[in-house]
Design a protein around this ligand. Structure first.
Ligand code: OSB
Ligand code: MG
Length: 369
């Protein structure tokens, strides 16, 4: 495969519902899309870097400059055998995993189109349907949270994840468990706690949570292993896991019992598959995280979630939870049993609405040889 041109685009889209985490509130998304023009066809990638370097040290503007000046020039005009060869072409650049993933994933998509196989199959997927959960942001009031949960459960979602932080935790879990003693429930702190909060976090065992996601520092394994030793509830690591070696270290140290895989956070499909495999070998289940993606990233998350060891409901949910109008068609829909059907047509399995993308574009750059 030879890429003729790579087009970077920044689109801006308001979220249908503002999303609040322990690190801040998002109302408007600025998203870098990557379009590959190659072999008479096109393929797309989405960069999950945020508007600010709060979730990770990347943000859309760093991803843009790195993609433009360092990554895209290493891919344009060279013969690329398949998506799995991309990490090697980009390895001289350290870090910038979200920027790398947007390009690598587009190459996998291109390969799936040219070979006329579904992207899920190319990645090694085996599931026809994937189980879906939702991530519910911190709400203006407990009452609003209850309403949200009611809506999502009625829609069929199989697992409710509550964003939490000091001051929005035990009282909230208490209230939710009183109302729904049996549902699959988890929480995600996005690193809002410290070692001194260990007793407090240990008291959450009584809520029978499926997992506690990333309670401590975003770059830590050691203190998570000390905390995990005190808990019955499994810790799930998100931010801390950057690659396969991190997954191995975290599992061997007992830092977690579950791993959230975000393909952008680990630098692309190749590394995501490697994390998936090493977790599978050690009996650690994984699930697919979300980063408020448009349909392009969402479709790629669905494909990834079809791999065998994605055993728990992911944060991959319906387009309408995020966007008034998604940039793919059909929009991603979730069945009344809380599942998404994995497409069986070649490529990503959803059409990209190029006219809509053009309307949403605020900057554009074309990289050729
Ligand atoms: O930690 O999983 C996270 C969104 C932005 C940044 C970090 C996270 C999230 C989510 C949203 O939880 C998941 C989704 O896309 O619905
Ligand atoms: Mg998380």
């Amino acid at each position: 495969m030879k890429i003729d041109a790579i087009v970077l685009r920044e689109i801006q889209m308001p979220l249908a519902h503002p999303f609040e985490t322990s690190f801040g509130l998002t109302t408007m998304r600025r998203i870098m899309l990557v379009e590959l023009q190659a072999e008479g066809t096109t393929a797309w990638g989405e960069c999950v870097a945020g508007e600010h370097p709060y979730f990770s040290d990347e943000m859309i503007d760093t991803a843009w400059i790195i993609a433009k000046t360092e990554l895209a020039p290493r891919l344009v005009g060279v013969e690329i055998e398949n998506g799995g060869k991309v990490p090697d072409l980009l390895k001289q650049v350290r870090g910038h995993r979200m920027a790398k993933a947007s390009l690598e994933n587009a190459v996998w998509e291109l390969e799936s189109v040219l070979r006329k196989v579904p992207l899920a199959q190319l990645l090694g997927g085996v599931r026809e349907k994937i189980p879906c959960g939702v991530s519910i942001g911190i709400q203006p009031s407990p009452e609003k949270l209850i309403e949200k949960i009611e809506t999502e459960l009625a829609a069929g979602y199989q697992r409710i994840k509550l964003k939490c932080k000091p001051g929005w935790d035990v009282e909230i879990f208490e209230m939710v468990r009183k109302r729904w003693p049996e549902i699959l429930l988890s929480c995600d702190a996005n690193s809002a706690y410290r070692v001194k909060d260990s007793d407090h976090i240990a008291s959450w065992d009584r809520f029978n949570l499926l997992m506690i996601e990333q309670p401590l520092w975003y770059d830590d394994f050691y203190f998570h292993s000390k905390l995990q030793a005190r808990l019955k509830t499994r810790i799930c690591l998100d931010e801390s896991i950057r690659n396969r070696r991190d997954a191995l270290a975290a599992i061997d140290m007992g830092s977690c019992g579950i791993i959230n895989i975000k393909v952008g956070r680990v630098g692309g499909f190749s590394e995501a598959i490697a994390v998936h495999n090493v977790a599978a070998e050690r009996g650690i289940p994984v699930w697919c995280g979300g980063m408020l993606e448009t349909g392009i990233g969402r479709a790629q998350n669905i494909a990834l979630s079809s791999l065998e060891n994605f055993r728990l409901p992911g944060d991959v949910s319906a387009s309408k939870r995020y966007w008034a109008e998604d940039i793919i068609e059909p929009a991603v829909e979730v069945s009344s049993t809380g599942e998404i059907t994995v497409p069986t047509t070649p490529g990503r399995g959803f059409e990209v609405k190029t006219d809509l993308i053009q309307k949403l574009t605020v900057r554009e750059e074309r990289i050729t040889k």
